[in-house]
Structures are given as C-alpha cells and as structure tokens.
Design a protein around this ligand. Structure first.
Ligand SMILES: Nc1ncnc2c1ncn2[C@@H]1O[C@H](COP(=O)(O)OS(=O)(=O)O)[C@@H](OP(=O)(O)O)[C@H]1O
Ligand SMILES: [Mg+2]
Ligand SMILES: [Mg+2]
Ligand SMILES: [Mg+2]
Length: 439
C-alpha cells in the first residue's frame, strides 16, 4: 500500500475487512451445513443474519480502537432492534461468539483486539454506535457489513464493503469478496449454476480490493486462510477495467432479483446498444468488483419506483470502478451524490457503471431512447421531483439573481413535440422559471 493521505485509515480498513471476510466465511459455511436459525427477516422482508450483525460489531469495535471512539462517525446498515428482543437470546449468543472469535484473530492481521472477550452489551453498543447519518461535512465511515445477504444465505456471492466519505465525497473504498476468486475469470466460475461450496472445498480464495480517491489505482489482495502461515503485509496486485469498448463483445452485470432492478428495461437498453452476451446476474457489490477487475464492462441497476438507493450499497464499489479507470453515474449521466445522508438523493432513474466512457455514453443514450416508452418511466415520473438532464444536451439559464435553472433536454431522436413535453422539472422551484424555451 502506498503512503499518502488516508494511508493509516486505508491500512486499518483493509485489515479489518480481511477479518470480516474470515468471519463471514465461517458463518456461511455453518449456515449452509447446519441450516441453523441464523437468519431473520426485517420489516421490509429483506434478510439479516448473524454475519451482518457480527461484522458490524467487529468493524465498529476495531475502527474505534484504531481511531478513538470520540473522533469517529460510522454509517452502517444494521441496528439492534431484532437482537434486543427477548426471543432473540440464542441469536445474540451466536453474534457474541462470532464477534469474539473474530476479534481474537486480530493479531493474524497485524491488529490488536480486546484484552478479554466482549460482553453482549459491549457488542450491542458497538453495533448501535454505527448510527451516524453521514452528510456533507466531515469524515464518515460507511459500512455494509454483508452486502448481498441473499447471496450469502444462498451460498453464493456477497461482499463486505467499507468506505470513507469526506466532505460528501468517497475518498477510500475497501471491498471484501470472499467468494470471488482472485484468479482471472473468478466470477464466471461461481455464478448461480456453480454452487460456492465447490469453491470452499477446492481451496480457492476470495479477494479484498481497495483504493484511494485520486490515486488512479485499485489493488486486489487474496484472502488469508486460517491454515496458512502468513504474516502481513499481504501481497497486492493492481487491477484495471477492461479495454473492450465494442458493445458486441461487452458483458453487462445486473442484480439477481427482479425486485432490485428492472431486468426487462435493462434488456431493452442492452439490445439498443447492441450487447450480445447474456447478462451476468450477480449478488452484491461483486458487480462493481467485476467491472474494476476487467471481467465485465457494464453494470446497470434500475430500482423500482419509490426505492431509494443507500450509500453503503455503492460507496466502496463506485470508487473502485472509478480509480480502476471506469465511469459511474446515475442514468442521467450525473455523478452519484454521497453528501446527502444515508440515501443517494436525487438519483436519476438508476446507476450505470462502465469500464470506459465510450460504452457509458452509449448506455446513457440508450436509456434516454428507451425511457419514455417504458413502464418504468410512468411509474417513476410521479416520484421524480428532480431534474433529468442528458449530459450532452444540458442547457443552463442564468437568471438575474444568479440562480441557475436547467432543463431536461431529450436525446436527438425525440421529436420537437416531445422536446416541449420533456421540460418537466427544474433544479430550483418552478417559480424561478421566467423564460420559456420555444422551438
Ligand atoms: N427493492 C430494492 N431495490 C433495489 N435495491 C434493493 C431493494 N431492496 C433491497 N435493496 C438493496 O439491494 C442490495 C442488494 O443488491 P444486489 O445487487 O445484491 O441485489 S440482488 O440480490 O443481486 O438482486 C441490498 O443490500 P444488502 O441488504 O446489504 O444485501 C439492499 O440494500
Ligand atoms: Mg440488508
Ligand atoms: Mg447492501
Ligand atoms: Mg447489507
């Protein structure tokens, strides 16, 4: 790891993510072999497991140990509501055990754990202290303890994602992918058709990827396994996005579940652009990892209307793709905004991550061409209070009082009539609009 800004933070974060991956591997193995009661449903019907809480507690405790509990703000996914219920005693006991086993392993990763095992209340405190809401000022750690919990429970891909946001920008990202082999083409071998258990027994190792904003570099390390005689520093190699910019050769990734992304809209975009390969459906932020490693070229994600993407599902992955040479924006071509709390507020329709600008431009253009006729358009319009601007057609209008209004302009193929109707909203309140564009 190179010296520079955030080098201490990055160094600790990488090691802590290694610890978290090791924890997850044990819990996943146990979960798949014993079918025990380690999985719960949340109010929104999504899943949470012993691993999610245990990783959050472990990372929270280790970061506070390294940087001081007063100085640290952590935004993370999980809370302790379910764990505190009287019927959750055995679940809490499993979390306490997993956390203490993991913390006891800290020296293997060149870190210091606690002198004695943590109590249940200390662990609950560590989890619940990750309740920061982020925002535009200061430093905030952002943690998704297990991203792709569904994949985790199904014995498939998942990730541990830790990032840091400073003054609203992602400045550091670490992504642990325990079932994504460090070997080339690690993903294609472990898709749904190839259960991950074969990987565990074959002894192949997953990876931890990391980067720092502005470095123009993204690194990958192999995971460390218990039986290995190993001492830090771990070896790391640089990764880079793919150089493929011909759509007919490109591979696109998308979420596995239709509820998390509209597959048919993505298929329409893919066909408009001329993508030929079948979509690679992969759980979790491993999709970003695949783009950063050059094993896929495009990641499209179009959530259903009303769903607001959360910063912990994207921060680490977005920076990895960008620093490995790729481009990530919303579907209107604008950068994702990590400065507005726990949600990616103002996100325009979806997220597009690409290995290069050429493919990215084509995808954004195809989204515009397909949008008005899609079901997604009518369902999301009601929810869109913000502006959609095609990057190449952004017109700004300076008003006397120096406020800037911007209009959505459609892609070239749309008619003049649809141009008029497509001026649908403004950055400022409608009362700020004094000039009407007439064609
Ligand atoms: N309805 C809906 N739409 C969009 N996104 C949603 C939705 N519900 C949940 N989530 C978040 O998606 C995270 C999992 O994303 P994946 O890309 O792994 O999806 S999939 O499982 O492959 O379908 C998942 O992250 P984890 O909870 O950490 O697994 C959620 O934060
Ligand atoms: Mg979740
Ligand atoms: Mg997640
Ligand atoms: Mg999660």
């Amino acid at each position: 790891m190179e010296d520079g800004k955030y080098s201490k933070e990055l160094n600790v974060a990488v090691r802590v993510v290694h610890m978290a991956c090791s924890l997850c591997e044990k819990v996943q193995k146990q979960l798949l072999s014993t079918n025990s009661d380690q999985v719960k449903s949340k109010d929104d019907d999504s899943l949470v497991t012993v691993a999610d809480w245990s990783v959050q507690a472990t990372v929270s405790w280790m970061l506070k140990k390294a940087f001081g509990s007063q100085n640290i703000s952590i935004v993370a996914e999980e809370d302790i509501q379910t764990l505190c219920k009287s019927e959750s005693q055995s679940l809490l006991a499993m979390v306490v055990s997993a956390v203490n086993i993991s913390l006891a392993e800290a020296p293997r990763f060149g870190l210091h754990g606690p002198e004695k095992p943590l109590s249940a209340s200390e662990i609950l405190e560590a989890i619940s202290q990750c309740n920061s809401r982020g925002g535009p000022l200061g430093q905030h750690w952002v943690l998704d303890p297990v991203d792709g919990t569904l994949g985790f429970v199904r014995g498939d891909q998942y990730a541990v994602a830790l990032a840091m946001i400073e003054n609203g920008e992602v400045v550091m990202g670490v992504l642990g992918c325990p079932n994504y082999s460090v070997k080339d083409d690690g993903l294609n071998k472990y898709t749904q058709e190839n259960p991950v258990m074969s990987k565990i027994s074959s002894g192949e190792v997953g990876c931890v990827m990391y980067t720092r904003k502005g470095s123009g570099k993204a690194w990958m390390q192999p995971l460390i396994h218990r039986d290995e005689t190993f001492e830090w520093p771990n070896s790391a190699k640089l990764v880079q996005v793919s150089s493929v910019d011909d759509p007919t050769l490109a591979t696109f990734c998308e979420p596995v579940e239709k509820t998390n992304s509209n597959h048919s809209f993505a298929a329409g975009v893919a066909s408009t652009v001329g993508l030929r390969n079948k979509p690679l459906r992969v759980y979790s932020m491993v999709k970003y990892a695949a783009i950063a490693r050059g094993e896929a070229e495009i990641y499209m994600r179009f959530a259903r209307a009303g769903y607001k993407e959360k910063i912990w599902d994207h921060a680490a992955g977005v920076l990895l793709v960008q620093e490995a040479g790729g481009v990530v924006t919303d579907a209107g071509g604008r950068p994702l905004d990590f400065s507005r709390g726990i949600y990616l507020e103002g996100l325009d329709r979806g997220i597009i991550a690409c290995s290069g600008i050429k493919l990215h431009d084509k995808i954004i253009g195809a989204v515009y061409a397909s949008w008005e006729s899609s079901n997604l358009a009518s369902s999301q319009k009601a929810n869109n209070s913000h502006l959609r601007i095609h990057p190449s057609f952004t017109h700004t209008l300076k008003k006397k009082e120096k406020k800037v209004c911007a209009f959505q302009i459609p892609v070239t193929k749309l008619s003049t009539r649809s141009f008029r109707f497509s001026i649908i909203s403004m950055i400022e309140k409608p009362t700020n609009l004094k000039t009407v564009i007439t064609l």
